[in-house]
Write a protein that binds this ligand. Structure first.
Ligand code: ADP
Ligand code: MG
Length: 324
């Protein structure tokens, strides 16, 4: 004991270690917002809104219409290395693919003031939750909200003095970087890289279908050897003329053809349908996510042919124009 007390090498206080590690997960405003947006996508959100106060210096907020968080998870939500996305050891591969480390919320707690408002389909009202620096739940009250989750972070980096000064001085630059990330850099591929990382892109196959009537389908699907490995449809995003829509029939075709090549996983699919505006009607449901195409069957037919070419390439097909 005497020797120990005279040792000059001492353990660092746990809270300080947590803060330092958190600073390596959350580097700046855009990495913080990106983590929250990824959580919203993971929760199946089809609408994600981002609100900033003072360019994010005062606070930032990500509001989604995803699955919401079950009350059973309120206590463990922001604890370090707690995740709902790792089911067993085989899923460790996903850690590198999508970065499920169960670290984002716990890191944000360590670096700012985290509050969460959430409501699942099973709850009649939403709950407002507050967490302390170590991710321990400190407050819980009922509030009004639609289904989904809002995560708010106030005063990011306020307890890392050097980083905080830098953050405040560069806030316009940080904001610009965030806007670039959110807007993407132009191509769909660049946007996928920005959101999911290079590793994901290399597992995807480009799809392009040109149709004589001016319709164009562009996007990416999982190569037959790689899937998202999670539940059906959780990484499928469809857009018509750049706006997100539900396309269950398209999802069904992708899943069906992919299953013929790989029955162990589920495919990622991200596709934009460029369609002359007179050829579709978005005002079918109030949220405008349901779409009616005037010539749906021919679009679906051409898409099916293109996907057949990817998943069972011996079949001839004249509609395809694959680009690298
Ligand atoms: P990870 O995403 O690596 O699991 P996070 O710290 O980012 O770790 O999130 C912890 C958990 O909190 C997630 O696994 C998920 O269950 C839940 N969660 C976080 N954000 C949301 C959200 N917007 N909607 C639903 N659940 C969420
Ligand atoms: Mg996360």
């Amino acid at each position: 004991a005497a020797a120990e007390s005279r040792a000059t090498i001492k353990p660092i206080n746990k809270a300080v270690v947590h803060r330092i590690c958190a600073g390596q997960v959350i580097l700046d405003l855009s990495s913080a917002v990106k983590e929250l947006v990824e959580n919203s996508l993971d929760a199946g959100a089809t609408s994600i809104e981002i609100a900033l106060k003072e360019y994010g210096e005062e606070s930032f907020q990500v509001i989604d219409n995803g699955s919401g968080i079950s009350p059973y998870n309120f206590k463990v939500l922001a604890l370090k290395h707690h995740t709902s996305k790792l089911l067993d050891f085989r899923d460790l591969q996903l850690l590198t693919t999508f970065g499920f480390r169960g670290e984002a919320l716990s890191s944000l707690c360590a670096l700012g003031d985290l509050t969460v408002e959430t409501r699942t389909k099973n709850e009649a009202v939403a709950t407002h939750l507050t967490y302390d620096r170590s991710g321990v739940l400190t407050g819980e009250r009922k509030t009004a909200r639609q289904f989904g989750t809002t995560v708010t972070v106030k005063k990011l980096f306020s307890n890392l003095p050097v980083r905080c000064k830098e953050f405040r001085r560069n806030i316009r630059k940080e904001y610009g970087k965030l806007i670039t990330l959110l807007n993407g850099c132009g191509s769909l591929r660049d946007n996928i890289v920005a959101l999911f990382g290079m590793g994901t892109v290399s597992c995807l196959e480009p799809v392009t279908v040109c149709m004589s009537d001016g319709c164009l389908v562009e996007g990416f699907v999982s190569k037959s050897g790689y899937g998202s490995g999670r539940s059906m449809g959780d990484r499928q995003f469809f857009f018509v003329n750049g706006r997100p829509v539900d396309m269950p029939k398209v999802g069904k075709i992708v899943n069906e053809l992919y299953r013929g090549a790989n029955s162990r996983q589920y495919p990622i699919a991200i596709m934009n349908f460029t369609i002359p505006t007179q050829a579709y009607d978005v005002n079918v449901t109030p949220d405008k996510r349901k779409i009616f195409f005037s010539d749906e069957s021919s679009i679906l037919h051409s898409l099916r042919e293109a996907l057949e070419n990817i998943y069972s390439p011996n079949q001839a097909n004249y509609h395809i124009n694959r680009v690298e």
